[in-house]
Structure formats: C-alpha cells, structure tokens
Design a binder for this molecule. Structure first.
Ligand code: SF4
Ligand SMILES: [Zn+2]
Length: 119
C-alpha cells in the first residue's frame, strides 16, 4: 500500500531530525540542548521525535520541517535535484553540511535508507 502524504511528510521530517540530531551530538556536544517543540501543524510531526537539540539546530530543524510541509511536489524529488530551491541561505549551506556529516556516519553504521533522497 502507498503511504499517504502525511506519512511521507512525517517520515521525511523524522529523517531530518535524525540527521540533525547526529550532527548536533557530534559537533555541538558542549552546547545546551532542549527538547524541540514546533508550533502549529509542525508540532504533530516534531513531538513524536522527542529529540533534544541546541538552539541553532532547533531553528534549522523547524525551518527544514516547515519547508517540507510546504513542499509543492508529490512525489517530492531530492532537494538537490529540485528546481525550486526553496531553502534560503544560510540554511541551505547548513543543511548540506549536516547531510554530509551525518550521511557519512550513517553509511558507516549501515543505515543508508533515505540518504540518497536528501543528498
Ligand atoms: S527544495 Fe524543492 S523538493 Fe526540497 S523542500 Fe523545497 S520545494 Fe520541496
Ligand atoms: Zn546543534
């Protein structure tokens, strides 16, 4: 059975959360962290993740989640192949850095699901 749109958005936001959390643990280990909470519709996707991030990574996750929520494509292409490029700077550069950092570590751990989708 094909997953519905809400499932796909939830899955993508969970993947984003996983990538950003791995990066935050590795690169921002000394920064203070708090459980991420979203506002409005985003909260329904963020709350189940129960992840703690620093302030900078929290803002990035909420930004990326809002972009995913508003993505006009279905099926969604990999962001790197998209002509819309809805991410503004510096978010775009930051998310690429995180995808590279966490992607390599996930490959090393054997968790390669979804990585192609975001690179
Ligand atoms: S960059 Fe393109 S594919 Fe990625 S979220 Fe934005 S509109 Fe959607
Ligand atoms: Zn962080």
């Amino acid at each position: 059975m094909q997953p519905n749109c809400t499932d796909l958005i939830g899955r993508d936001i969970a993947v984003l959360g996983r990538f950003i959390a791995l990066y935050c643990r590795g690169r921002h280990s000394k920064k203070q962290k708090a459980v991420v909470r979203g506002k409005g519709k985003i909260e329904q996707y963020i709350a189940p993740l129960s992840i703690s991030l620093c302030d900078e990574c929290t803002k990035l996750l909420l930004y990326a989640a809002s972009k995913r929520l508003l993505c006009p494509y279905n099926p969604k292409p990999a962001c790197k192949d998209c002509e819309t490029h809805c991410y503004g700077e510096p978010h775009r550069s930051r998310i690429r850095t995180i995808m590279r950092y966490s992607g390599v570590r996930m490959i090393l751990r054997g968790s390669v699901t979804y990585i192609k989708k975001f690179f």
